[in-house]
Design a protein around this ligand. Sequence first.
Ligand code: TRP
Length: 444
Amino acid sequence: MARASESWSSSFGFVLAAAGSAVGLGNLWGFAYRASQGGGGAFVLLYVVIVLVVCLPVLVAEMVLGRSTSHAPLIAPITAGGRRWAPLGLLFLVAALGILAFYAVLMGWTGRTLLHALLVGLPADMAASEAFFGLISSGGGAVLGLLVSLALTGVVVAAGVRGGIERLSRWGMPALFVLLLGLLIWAAFLPGAGAGYHQFLLRWDAAKLLEPTTIRNAFTQAFFSIGTGIGAILAYAAYLNRRSGLPAEALSVVGMDTAVGLMAGCVTFPLVASFGLGDVVSGSTVGTLFIALPTGLASIGLAGRLVAVLFFGLAYIAAITSSVSLLEVPVSSLVDGLGWRRREAVWTCVALVAVLGLPPALSTGALEVMDALFGGVLLILGGLLIALLLSWQAPARFLSDLQGCGTPPALRSALLFSLRWISVPAIAVGLSVSVLDLAKMWFG
Ligand code: TRP
């Protein structure tokens, strides 16, 4: 097996790329959409607890799996746990391809909305907005958006880890942060902003917390937003040197991701409240933000158009720094496992995902199903298996890798303990609830 001779320029480069992977459409679109479904502040609290207590140790474990083996997602589980862990590598590949397929469709919608706001303008009313959304989310328009987004992702990944992915994150992440901060300040001065924050963070519908759908959404959102469970961060960590302190790096990734999710909520909720779009959003479907935001912004003229350009531009930057991590999973696996050249691997995978992306491009129903299966069930299952592999099957590898990068003994044992006794049981519960909830939803 030929390990590609790629690496990050520094551990800061790795952290930026990992944060770029975490911060994406999930934060800007999924978080607001799920929080409005799941009881506002109660959902946000549940989400933050899952992220810190359940996902953070899994993220560290996934990083250790990549760095300690120096292998791609397809191979790393075998190196760490032996042949019988081979199916986990396959799960990583299948899930990454499946997520990228619908993610690139969402990117396509984002890009089209951006171009329209930039070149044409915003839809005059709800009906016009729905018509425009229909146009970009079905038929040839959606396929075009998918193909362009995949091609851009392919170009970055083909340029390599340092020359492509790291370089993109180095300017993309700061740009995104500045744009978001600007929008946050602008939104704070909207009439009715207070009602928006209230709706997002302070509304406390505790009854929702016991609903299986809320629990499924919170687990899905946590794993999806951090981006742990399918080997993307594993692939990135395989290009890392031995000394960088993984727990602190994982914590900064999680911190940035959560901050961006909360900031995005503090932009979208005031907007929705200010323009009286609450009803549209709580009957939430995947298309809501793409319909509600442009309509609301249109009502304030040129300033609204500018904000739309900034918001969807920022969303597109966030999306592409994420999609590259998804593509890196199969690409690095072909390079590492089968000795392919990076370029060949990239364009083969892009072609494959273009085909897989046709159903979600042509039907939003198919998109929701793929989101729930690949971005939900398989992702959470992957997280569970990573936790099991490093805490029960190969704890010595986990501890010695952390020791090697100078993690204090108490922190090492605390992480191992929480992987074993908190993450594993909690994810098992979250996964069971999710599967049952989906089964009930789909099969009655
Ligand atoms: N985290 C990204 C988002 O919030 C999407 C993403 C990138 C992802 N890499 C991932 C999701 C790996 C699951 C697994 O939009």
